[in-house]
Every structure is written in C-alpha cells, then in structure tokens.
Design a protein around this ligand. Structure first.
Ligand code: PLP
Length: 383
C-alpha cells in the first residue's frame, strides 16, 4: 500500500466489533479478568491500551518498523530510548539538535554516567574518528533543529553497523511521509509527534519505532517500567491527525519553498537555511533520502534589523514555541527552543541572537509572505 493510503488505513483500521470507521477511545485503566491468568490481551493501560496500540501499530507501519511505542511527549520518547544504555556508555549527537535533547543528556543522564559527545554528523569522518569503545550509539537529527544541516543516514548507519552500535534518528522534521530512516539502515526512529504528525498544535506526544524484536522487547519493558505512556484520548487525536499528513506535508513543502525563495530576496536577511536550495551543501543527500524539504526555514536577520520588533510585528504568523502545525509559527531559538544550550556552544554551532526559525503553515502562501513583508516594513521605519 502506498503511504498516502497507509496513513488512513494502516495500523488497526477501524473497530472490528462495531464497524466504526475510527478506533474507539478506550478510556480505561484496567480490564476485567474472567479468572486467574485469563484476559483478553489487556490487563492494565500502562502496559497496553487498545487505542494506544492502534497508534503504535500505525506508526510502525508508516516507518516500516518492527514495532512502535507511544509516549506522553517527544522528550519521554527520547528518555525511553536513552534508557536503553548503561552507565559508562557514550552517545554521539549532532552538533545542533533540539535543545531539550541536549538538556536531558547534559543535565539528567550525565548524572547517571551516560555521556554524550557533540560532533558535526554531516561529516562522516568526524563520526568515525570519535567512535571509541564507550560509544554505543549515534543520535542524529536530519535536518537539524534549527540550522537544517543534512546528515547522510545511510552513511551513518553503515559506520554504526561496522562498529556494532545503534543509529538513532529523530525524524520529527520530516515524518515518515517524507523520509523513512529505517529504510536506510537506522535502528531506532524517534518523533516529537507534537509537531507534524499531530499537526494541529493540540497535543503533546512522542513515538519510538524500532527495527527488530530485541529492541522492541527492551523498549516495551522500559515503556512499561518507567510509565511515560500516551493516554487514550491523545492517542486518538494523534491517529486523527496522521490521516491528513500527506496533504498537509505537500502544502508545507510547496509553501515553504516559496517563502524560502522570498526571504532570500530580502535585503534585511543575511542568510537563509533551507535544504531545498540547490546550493545548500546537503541538497543532494536530502534528495537521495527524502522526498521533500519540509516546512521549516531558519534565517539570520542583518545586524541592523531589530529582530524583536520584526517578530512582534508579525500578525498572521504566531510567535511561539513548537512547529509543524497547520498555522505558521515563528520562534527565536537562542532564547526559546535552544535556550537550554550554553551560550558558547550556541555561538559555536551558529544559533546566534538574530536567528529566527519559521515553521511554515498550510495557509495561503501569499498571505504568509504579505505578513513577512509588513513586518520588514515595520522594522525599516526605524531607519
Ligand atoms: C519538539 C522536539 C522534540 C521534543 O518533543 P516534545 O514533544 O516537545 O517533548 C524533540 N525533537 C525535536 C526535533 C523537536 O522538534
């Protein structure tokens, strides 16, 4: 089945008992056991719940995985994945990735002697050079948040296999509609489903997909033991959001291309980070491993442009955290999504003060461009 159809019919397609076309919300914590050792496959909803299970089967089908697991947030999902490792292990991470992922490694797991090393994962030689016997995994985002660096998933997975370590890909920015990391040899995919998969800025959720039985058993054990599970109602909402992913992503893709090109023509803008530009260093790799460039653009305003005034002058585009919703959202990474990364590291990787991240929604692109034009006009009033 093609992915557009799988988004709608994958996982558990409707309710067998009643014929309802949507999976019901099984809002229950426990299940009646007719006798000792007898149950219908469910005992307690932390361990399994039919609505959550339908979502987990769906995301596993979409990513081409062995099994999927749903968590209360992207960070709960990432925390579960890092819980696979032991004291003394080290994880290599991309040099600009979601601030919360850096924070949980730096402020939580480091205290348990699970270490990380920041490297430029776009450079496969840098990865090779940094693998010693303590390194047990490489965690990449591609494109990265917020600078849209592209890492060659197949290249990383090849190195990981040679060294018998795991490749973990945060696929939040692409979704399985645009990119399926397991097809390129990754072992684990994580999502902040809060973003494109949910798509409507109305829920917080995380997903993990694994490519084999051994990882699946470990992940389910961690999910059940640590308990950061997604509730039945949010599982239902996420299934509902996923059904329209294909049409939303197509519009995100086309709108974003237009807006990236518009931003590039503006004299107030110093640099635009968008992997859909043919002169982006990762363009060819992106074309090889994904079927679109996604809905996020970051750009640096010129030093003489008041970035606060620019952001506050936007009317249609909402100023706020998050991305991937139907509405356009703008954020200031240095003080918001990436504020937990120390100043020196931010400067080093390029998350500078006048960097703006734009998550392009599915509105009419002309309206979004007009809003940006108005904001540029406002900041020029100062001149
Ligand atoms: C938002 C985000 C996360 C964290 O997910 P939450 O659902 O906010 O916990 C992780 N990775 C990426 C790339 C994100 O954008």
């Amino acid at each position: 089945m093609n992915i557009e159809s799988l988004l709608i019919h994958g996982g558990v397609d409707g309710d067998e008992r009643t014929g309802a076309v949507n999976i019901p919300i099984f809002q229950t914590s426990t299940y009646k056991q007719p006798g000792f050792g007898i149950n219908k496959g469910y005992e307690y909803s932390r361990t399994s719940n039919p609505t959550r299970e339908a979502l987990e089967k769906l995301i596993s089908d979409l990513e081409g995985g062995y099994a999927g697991y749903a968590f209360a947030s992207g960070m709960a999902a990432i925390t579960a994945v890092i819980s696979l490792f032991n004291s003394g292990d080290k994880i290599l991470i991309s040099d600009n990735l979601y601030g919360g992922t850096f924070r949980v490694l730096d402020k939580v797991f480091k205290n348990f002697n699970i270490f990380y090393e920041i490297i430029n994962t776009t450079n496969l030689d840098a990865i090779r050079e940094n693998i010693d016997e303590t390194v047990k995994a490489i965690l990449i985002e591609t494109p990265t948040n917020p600078l849209m660096d592209i890492t060659d998933i197949e290249g990383v997975a090849k190195i990981s296999k040679e060294r018998s370590i795991l490749t973990i890909v945060d696929n939040t920015f692409m979704t399985p509609y645009l990119q399926r990391p397991l097809d390129f040899g990754a072992d684990i995919v994580v999502h902040s489903a809060t973003k494109y998969l949910g798509g409507h800025s109305d829920l917080v959720a995380g997903l993990v997909i694994v490519n084999n039985e051994e990882l699946s058993e470990k992940l389910h054990f961690i999910q059940n033991s640590t308990g950061g599970v997604l509730g039945p109602f949010d599982s239902f909402l996420l299934i509902r959001g996923i059904k329209t992913l294909a049409v939303r992503m197509d519009r995100h893709n086309s709108n974003t291309k237009k807006i990236a090109e518009f931003l590039r023509t503006r004299e107030e803008v110093n640099k635009v980070y968008y992997p859909g530009f043919e002169d982006h260093v990762g363009y060819e790799i992106q074309k090889k491993q994904a079927r679109g460039f996604g809905g996020v653009i970051s750009f640096i305003l010129k030093d003489n442009v008041d970035y606060k005034k620019f952001v506050e002058s936007l009317k249609l585009i909402t100023f706020g955290e998050s991305l991937g919703g139907v509405e356009s959202l703008v954020c200031h990474p240095a003080s918001m999504t990436h504020g937990s990364i120390p100043y020196e590291i931010r400067q080093k990787v390029g998350i500078v003060e006048n960097l703006i991240r734009l998550s392009v929604g599915i509105e009419n692109s002309e309206d979004v461009i007009e809003d940006l034009e108005n904001a540029f006009r406002e900041v020029r009033k100062n001149d």
